[in-house]
Design a protein around this ligand. Structure first.
Ligand SMILES: NC(=O)c1ccc[n+]([C@@H]2O[C@H](COP(=O)([O-])OP(=O)(O)OC[C@H]3O[C@@H](n4cnc5c(N)ncnc54)[C@H](OP(=O)(O)O)[C@@H]3O)[C@@H](O)[C@H]2O)c1
Length: 255
């Protein structure tokens, strides 16, 4: 249960090795958050995240196995965490892969896997989470969309399609949960310097995991439903989404 100041005291991260997740949990643990459950794949760098959040002040830190593409695993993992740790104030869902359009073109099965992780897995686990949060009567879900989902580009449209779907799902879920005490926030980052984007040329208005984490914490405190990271991106994308296709193709080509 959030404390009297509205601060998060417990968090479940689905995609526990995420760099943005690490920044968010560290920031929360420096405040009042004492329970952090990291759920992810065994090969995930979750031990390092666990160590960082312990150093920041979290006292109960646990790693659990969760694979986004395992359809049987979602209910089991979510129920286990809620049964063992009690109220969870925040469920942060960063699980995802980027992949390159070239790799998807060369191996369509890989594109299906990306859709399975970024959209299918996240949708299924969020429905399991929503059921528990609804019963709890409070809590927040934070989903990671992307500006890539706001307007598809020819150089990453498979990834963009997964994020467009996730963005729509997050908005619909948020609307469905109105009145339940549960909130959903959809985050739309541009380029964030993390292991996901390592070696890539930074896009305009690139940002850091710490800055995204700070925007998420502010968004939770103020009840935001959509958070752009950085906030300035809402303006170019308000224009981009209205551009005629031929003009958008030229803008997108310039990167
Ligand atoms: N970085 C950016 O520029 C950017 C921009 C817009 C949106 N986003 C979105 O923000 C979210 C977090 O990004 P990030 O930069 O923090 O990326 P990250 O550090 O690569 O974190 C992504 C996490 O998802 C996990 N994951 C991948 N496939 C999984 C699966 N099948 N089952 C369970 N976990 C799985 C990864 O685990 P493994 O280490 O085991 O692969 C990793 O811990 C992502 O959804 C991303 O699409 C990022």
């Amino acid at each position: 249960m959030r404390d009297a100041l509205g601060e998060v005291q417990s968090v479940l991260v689905l995609g526990g090795g995420s760099d943005i997740g690490r920044a968010l949990c560290t920031r929360l643990a420096r405040g009042r958050c004492r329970t952090v459950v990291l759920a992810g794949r065994p090969e995930d760098g979750m031990e390092a995240v666990a160590e960082a959040v312990r150093s920041a002040g979290a006292t109960t830190v646990e790693i659990v196995h969760w694979e986004a593409t395992d359809p049987q695993g979602h209910d089991r993992v979510v129920d286990d965490v809620f049964d063992r740790f009690g109220d969870i104030d925040l469920v942060y869902v960063p699980a995802g892969i980027l992949g390159s359009q070239e790799a998807f073109d060369a191996d369509p099965a890989f594109a299906a896997t990306a859709v399975d992780i970024n959209l299918g897995g996240v949708v299924a686990v969020c429905l399991a989470v929503a059921r528990r949060l609804r019963a709890q009567g409070h809590g927040s879900i934070v989903l990671m969309s992307s500006v890539a989902g706001v307007r598809a580009r020819k150089d990453n449209y498979v990834y963009g399609a997964t994020k467009a779907g996730l963005d729509a799902f997050g908005q619909g879920l948020g609307d469905a949960l109105v009145g339940s005490g549960v909130r959903v926030m959809v985050v739309r980052p541009g380029f964030v310097h993390t292991k996901m984007t390592e070696g890539m040329d930074a896009a305009p208005f690139s940002t850091t995991p710490d800055k995204v984490a700070s925007l998420i914490v502010d968004g939770l405190a103020t009840g935001k439903e959509i958070v752009w990271a950085p906030p300035v991106l809402r303006f170019p994308f308000a224009v981009f989404r209205l551009l005629p296709r031929a003009l958008w193709r030229r803008v997108a080509e310039r990167g």
